[in-house]
Each structure stands twice: as structure tokens, then as C-alpha cells.
Ligand binder design. Structure first.
Ligand code: FAD
Length: 443
């Protein structure tokens, strides 16, 4: 059996490891256009923050496992075509073009971060860390940087902003929404962070969309333009707009309107024996139907899943929850499920916000917000912001969401299995009391 996997990152590596375990007899060919693969995309940030002494420390642990799985590695090799009738892919290495036949093909080419209106001319002024080569080149560029513009005040933009703020450079951040991390947090939950960043001298432009970016006449600067003004920067970091790398198969495979590859619940594309995983696809997402959720854990999950579905349809996609966690400028920030802004478009909701000290002996503030379905009390989302580590407690909330639990059921279950000393539990008890009071007041 010939299994061909294109893309050797989170999704492709986990697919290769699982394919080896499920099909010990198969020849597995793992293809990637990069010569060096298997690094976290956060490597540049970690380097800037001094948490990496060597780039090797940013390697994904899946890579070691894959290296022991007896694979045929074809690195520095790009997919350039797919013939679903003949079951072959066309590959290019250097100037050499050749074909490879498959019984099963897994596409794991991921996504790129792009500036949609850009031609290649901006390349020399862009900072990126999607590949290790790009991260190393960006570190070199930063040696002469005096000003950097970042587009996108989401998780990637803010994590980069924090890392770059270690350098003596002028930083400006542009975000189209009126608050930071707006996809995951309601505005009031990130206001303290915004104010602290502004007080620290960071130049934040919220509700401001950059419409045009051009290289200056000297080629040494970038000129950015929005309806509010014109700005100049030495370098640009784009923290928005993930675009699936699906252009190559457009016309061969069915694509969704957002450019993701259409797959059925077993990850098969519109062509028999051709599968797609990771950042190339949408996933079933609670309350929203399907959504594009380009994240590492989804890439690993779908990579594992696809191996079980190649020959027989065994492991269908299930609804995923969105959970993001970041440690930004001293704040631990976690969001699970829907925000108030998202939920109220779909249901009648109740929201509860509680701010309390972390514990009797630690007065650092926990800022917690819960989004519930008004009538049933079903938990739709939760946001927690604090200077204390709390991520693992939010895991239990994510589990409650995926089980469709209402607040009282969650508390009944947590009471039995979670230590009461955990700060989230008393907060949830208080939220339940508040919610009951809201219902009584309404009656
Ligand atoms: C700066 C940054 C920070 C991020 N931080 C986080 C985070 O903290 N948490 C999180 O969950 N997610 C994060 N992400 C998102 C995460 O990186 C992706 O969700 C994840 O990498 C997707 O994995 P993948 O294997 O599907 O695709 P990718 O990691 O994009 O890998 C695709 C692979 O396919 C190869 N490829 C593409 N086209 C071809 C071709 N034509 N021929 C051959 N090979 C090809 C590429 O070289 C690449 O190796 C971050 C992304 C960025 C850019």
C-alpha cells in the first residue's frame, strides 16, 4: 500500500505516525517543500524572549517519533499537481519534476499568513516565523529595526507584540476590531490589558483597518495607509488572515467559500482516496455548524483521525470546542466556547461577570465571565483573565461545554471530582447563585 502525505508539520507528522501504527506494511512517503521541518511557529517569539538557547529547542516532539517510523522522507520537494483519475501527484525538487503514485493521499499543506493586497515586493520587509528559515531570517532583519508595525490584535499579533517589546524599537499595532483578542474575549475582559499596554507606550490603533501597504521609494521603509492616517515602519508582522494552502488543488477538489478543502465527516475530499487535514479544512463547531479553526491541537487530532479512515470509515469528526490560552504581558488569559458577542446572535443569553481575589492568601484578581443560555442555564462560553495560572481549571469548563452541561450539572459533577480549593469552583457557585437570582427577579 502506498500512502503519500503532503506537509510534514503538526497534521502531516501525526498522520504519518498513526499511519505507521495502523498500517505497518505500507510504504509511507512524507513530502514537504521545506528542507527543515517540525518547528513550533512561536520559535521567533521564544528566541526574542530568551527562552530558547538553540533553535532545536523549538522542535515539535512529533518529529522524533516520525523519524523512527520508517518513512520515505522527501523534503525540499513541492507538490505541484494532483491527478485524481490516475492517482498520482506531481512533485518538484529543484529543477526536477517527477510523479508519485498513491493508493491513499493525505493533504496536510496547512495555511499561510498573507497580506491579501500584497505583491512579492514587500517580502524583504516582512517578519514571519511560520518556518524555521523565516524565523531565522526575521531575527537577522530585527538587528537594524527601529520601528515595526503589526497587523492584528489577536493571539498571534499580541504574542509577537510582547516578544518584540523586549527590543528597543517603536511598535505600532493595528486592529480592525474595537478591542484586543476580540474573537475570544468580550471587550470589557481585555480593557485592563489595553490600558496597561498604552501606558507602557505601545502605539495601539483599534478600530483601524490598514488598507494599503507599499514599499517606500528607497525600498528601506514601508508606508501603511488607513482611513485615519499614513504611517511608516521599517518592518511589518502580519498576525491575521490565515489562508489555506489549497490553491494547487482548486478545480481538482471541491473547496469551501473560504478556500478550505471540503471534506466529509471521515476527512475524505471530493476525490476518492484523497483526504485533507489540519489547517486545510473546516471542523464541526458547537453552535456554529462548521468553522475554520486553524490550531495545533486540531491539526494533530485530524492527523491521527485520518489514518483510521483511509481503508475503512471508522472515526468520524465530532464537534470541537474552541479553547485558547495565552500568557500575555503577565496575564493568563483563557477563553472557551462562545463570547457574549457571538452567543447573543444565536440565543437568548445570560451573562455573569465576577471579579474576586485568587484565594484567601493571594489577592491577585481573577476576572471571570460566564455565558449561559438564558432559559436552560446551558454553559455556552467562559473567559478567565488573571495574573495567576488557571488554565487547567478551564479544561473542566471546556469539558462541560462539550457535554452540553448546564451550570448546575457542572457544579454537581465538579463538586465530586475537583478540589474545592480551586478558585474556579467558588466562582462558579457564586455564578450559579447570581443566575438563579436573575431568573427570580425576572419572574
Ligand atoms: C506565528 C504563529 C503562531 C501560532 N501560535 C499558535 C499557538 O500558540 N497555538 C495554536 O494552536 N496554533 C498556533 N498557530 C497556528 C498553528 O501554527 C497551525 O494551526 C498549525 O501549524 C497547523 O498545522 P498543519 O500541519 O495543518 O499546517 P502547517 O503547520 O501550516 O504545515 C503545513 C506544511 O505543509 C508544507 N507545504 C505547504 N504547501 C506545500 C506544497 N505545495 N508542497 C509541499 N509541502 C507543502 C509546509 O511547508 C508546512 O510544513 C500559530 C501560527 C503562527 C503563524
Amino acid at each position: 500500500m502506498e500512502i503519500v502525505i503532503v506537509g510534514a508539520s503538526f497534521a502531516g507528522l501525526s498522520a504519518a505516525i498513526e499511519c505507521r501504527a495502523t498500517h505497518p506494511e505500507a510504504s509511507i512517503h512524507l513530502i514537504d517543500r521545506e528542507k527543515e521541518v517540525g518547528y513550533y511557529p512561536n520559535a521567533l517569539n521564544w528566541k526574542l524572549k530568551g527562552s530558547l538557547t538553540s533553535w532545536d529547542q523549538a522542535r515539535i516532539s512529533l518529529l522524533k517519533e516520525a523519524e523512527q517510523a520508517g518513512l520515505d522522507w522527501k523534503l525540499g520537494t513541492s507538490l505541484i499537481g494532483l491527478d485524481g483519475e490516475r492517482k498520482t501527484v506531481s512533485l518538484k525538487k529543484g529543477e526536477t519534476v517527477f510523479e508519485l503514485a498513491y493508493d491513499y493521499l493525505i493533504l496536510a499543506m496547512g495555511a499561510s499568513q498573507i497580506w491579501e493586497r500584497s505583491s512579492g515586493e514587500l517580502e524583504s520587509r516582512l517578519l514571519s516565523s511560520k518556518t524555521i528559515g523565516a524565523a531565522q531570517a526575521s531575527l537577522e532583519k530585527l538587528k537594524d529595526a527601529q520601528s515595526i508595525a503589526l497587523i492584528g490584535g489577536g493571539q498571534i499579533g499580541l504574542e509577537s507584540l510582547e516578544a518584540l517589546s523586549q527590543l528597543p524599537v517603536r511598535l505600532s499595532l493595528f486592529e480592525a476590531q474595537d478591542s484586543l483578542l476580540a474573537k475570544y474575549f468580550d471587550r470589557e475582559m481585555t480593557e485592563t490589558l489595553r490600558m496597561e499596554l498604552e501606558e507602557a507606550g505601545l502605539d495601539l490603533h483599534l478600530s483601524e483597518t490598514v488598507n494599503d501597504i507599499r514599499l517606500s521609494a528607497s525600498g528601506q521603509k514601508l508606508n501603511l495607509e488607513s482611513i485615519h492616517g499614513q504611517y511608516e515602519a521599517d518592518y511589518l508582522l502580519i498576525g491575521t488572515n490565515f489562508k489555506p494552502n489549497s490553491q494547487l488543488v482548486d478545480g481538482v477538489l471541491k473547496l469551501n467559500a473560504d478556500g478550505t478543502i471540503w471534506v466529509d465527516e471521515f476527512l475524505q475530499t471530493s476525490q476518492p482516496d484523497v483526504f485533507a487535514v489540519g489547517d486545510l479544512i473546516q471542523l464541526p463547531f458547537a453552535f456554529l455548524g462548521k468553522a475554520y479553526l486553524p490550531m495545533i491541537n486540531h491539526a494533530i487530532l485530524t492527523g491521527r483521525q485520518v489514518a483510521q479512515n483511509l481503508v475503512e470509515q471508522q472515526w468520524p469528526l465530532k464537534e470541537v470546542q474552541r479553547m485558547i490560552s495565552s500568557h500575555l504581558f503577565g496575564y493568563y488569559m483563557t477563553s472557551v466556547g462562545l463570547t457574549e458577542a457571538e452567543a447573543q446572535l444565536r440565543k437568548e443569553i445570560s451573562t455573569l461577570r465576577l471579579q474576586r481575589p485568587f484565594s484567601d492568601w493571594d489577592d491577585r484578581l481573577l476576572d471571570f465571565k460566564l455565558v449561559l443560555a438564558k432559559e436552560t442555564g446551558q454553559i455556552l462560553g467562559g473567559q478567565l483573565v488573571s495574573k495567576c495560572q488557571h488554565v487547567e481549571q478551564m479544561d473542566s469548563l471546556a469539558l462541560a461545554l462539550s457535554q452540553g452541561l448546564c451550570l448546575q450539572n457542572y457544579l454537581d459533577q465538579s463538586w465530586l471530582c475537583l478540589p474545592r480549593s480551586r478558585p474556579l469552583i467558588p466562582l462558579m457557585v457564586e455564578a450559579a447563585n447570581l443566575y438563579r437570582r436573575q431568573l427570580l427577579d425576572q419572574d
